[in-house]
Design a protein around this ligand. Structure first.
Ligand SMILES: Cc1ncc(COP(=O)(O)O)c(C=O)c1O
Length: 349
């Protein structure tokens, strides 16, 4: 059995310099996790931002499992193996709305452990197929109970047979945030050459915003760490949590945030269409939400470097509600929509 190699060593800010150089070749797919590109969003924002304001999106869809969740999945399993909690004979199990499941299934396949994933029955068809393609076993919870239903069912399965399972428990495992502290944060610092002024990230488990924020804040206390959440408990933003009505993740520490921004499902979907038609990039719903928040924030700045995260690409969602009725949203109407986002900006720094 191969061990998980650490391709993204812990870095101090003063050690972070030069270009991000992805591995020229790798002998295990895990070495390809991280070092994702930053894309400056310029077309969709044309005429909306002041000259010294820019928005960059970290394209996490470039990870081998196709999402940001490859980072925490690798770290949680690595620490599990190092502590001996994950050892031969164990089955990896967790509740996941999809991307963590895919990441665990991919890594389980490479390190030779079976994986079982509990998810709401309405997870997208593409995600279910991807999991099975990696050899994992899906277990379905009641779709009406959303991700909390999957969490509860997974707890029950493990409680009935604790010896059989290793549960990374992404909602309560600090290795989740640590992965972002060790990789996402340093990459953003290095890719912006320390110029980042605002970090904007959607919250599901909150690992991305917590860990990245924890890396960036000590480098520059003025950097604002902003979480984006759905504005409604009945939202359609896969992977995201409306905290006030959810089981709050143990790794979520609201006091470490500078602000929280609500985004509606409708705005997020429209932004997904706009990103496709203006920037030529097809992303998932949560990326749309992240971009709406980044734009709302950036248009009020006199200067700044706003960095957000696009957690995955959009191909997994083509059969979901996101794409019902989208034909209404052709370029002309989107242009109108973008003007709507450009309402009287009150400049602050
Ligand atoms: C598509 C998508 N977006 C955003 C997130 C939120 O990331 P985090 O769990 O780090 O808060 C997730 C988490 O699963 C996700 O799958």
């Amino acid at each position: 059995m191969a061990t998980i190699s650490q391709s993204s060593p812990r870095l101090r800010a003063d050690e972070v310099s030069g270009e991000v150089v992805p591995a020229a070749h790798a002998n295990i797919v895990l070495e390809l996790i991280g070092n994702t590109p930053l894309l400056e969003i310029t077309r969709l924002t044309e005429g909306l931002l002041r000259p010294r304001v820019s928005i960059f999106a970290k394209l996490e869809g470039f990870n081998p499992g196709g999402s940001v969740k490859d980072r925490p999945a690798r770290k949680m399993l690595e620490i599990g193996l190092a502590r001996g909690d994950l050892r031969p004979g164990k089955v990896i199990i967790d509740s996941s709305s999809g991307n963590t499941g895919i990441a665990l299934a991919m890594i389980g396949a490479t390190i030779g452990y079976p994986v079982e994933l509990v998810m709401p029955a309405n997870a997208s068809r593409e995600r279910k197929k991807i999991l099975e393609a990696f050899g994992a076993k899906p277990i379905y919870s009641d779709q009406l109970e959303g991700s909390d239903g999957a969490i509860r069912l997974c707890r029950k399965i493990v409680a009935e047979n604790p010896e059989r399972y290793f549960k990374p428990d992404q909602y309560n495992n600090e290795a989740n945030s640590l992965a972002h502290f060790e990789t996402t944060g340093p990459e953003i610092w290095r890719q912006t050459e320390g110029r980042v002024t605002h970090f904007v990230a959607t919250i599901g488990t909150s690992g991305t915003v917590m860990g990245t924020g924890r890396f960036l804040k000590p480098r520059n206390a003025d950097i604002k760490i902003i979480a984006v959440e759905p504005d409604d408990p009945m939202h359609g933003l896969e992977g995201l949590k409306y905290m006030a009505a959810s089981i709050v993740p143990g790794i979520y520490h609201e006091d470490e945030l500078d602000d929280k921004m609500p985004v509606s499902t409708e705005d997020a979907y429209e932004m997904v269409y706009a990103l496709g038609q203006f920037e030529g990039i097809l992303v998932g719903q949560s990326s749309g939400a992240a971009m709406v928040a980044a734009l709302k924030l950036a248009r009020d700045l006199n200067e700044g470097c706003v960095v957000t995260v696009f957690p995955d690409f959009g191909d997994k969602y083509l059969s979901t509600n996101l794409w019902i009725g989208w034909q209404e949203w052709r370029r002309e109407r989107l242009q109108h929509l973008i003007r709507k986002w450009n309402v009287s900006a009150n400049a602050t720094t």
